[in-house]
Write a protein that binds this ligand. Structure first.
Ligand code: MN
Length: 137
């Protein structure tokens, strides 16, 4: 799962802003500012250890994990592992983050509905302590 190129049939895109992401993240807009469906779709690839800042989406977000293994967390809940083939849902305004695991690159499609209400509100960075706070069961 960590060969040279991320497994995605979609464009890898451009380096994402270090203001909102920690580590090496590339993102491409597949559908943006769509006036018919009010929906944005992105293809995002996180290299090992990379993740978003904490953030919220006014109408929530759907992730389709395409490749690798990642981590995600909703504030107040445990850090969760997500793998290729999984669908992850973040409810409207739920503070959360998502990214690669420390051992694996991860690529996901992110779908943001009802973008007439806005897309994202960025918050503080996910600290190394928060990122590595996985409870092994
Ligand atoms: Mn999100």
């Amino acid at each position: 799962m960590n060969d040279q190129n991320p497994k995605t049939i979609f464009p890898i895109g451009e380096q994402a802003s270090g203001e909102y992401f920690t580590g090496d993240v590339k993102a491409s807009y597949l559908l943006t500012d769509d006036s018919l469906f009010q929906c944005s779709i992105f293809n995002v690839t996180f290299e090992k250890g990379a993740r978003t800042n904490w953030h919220t989406h006014p109408s929530g977000q759907i992730l389709l994990v395409l490749d690798g293994e990642g981590l995600c967390q909703i504030k107040g809940e445990p850090v969760r592992i997500m793998k290729a083939g999984e669908i992850i849902l973040f409810p409207p305004n739920a503070e959360h983050w998502h990214g690669a695991s420390p051992q694996s690159r991860m690529t996901h499609i992110a779908i943001n509905p009802n973008t007439e209400k806005g897309l994202v509100e960025w918050m503080q960075r996910v600290t190394d302590e928060e990122y590595h706070n996985i409870k092994v069961e």
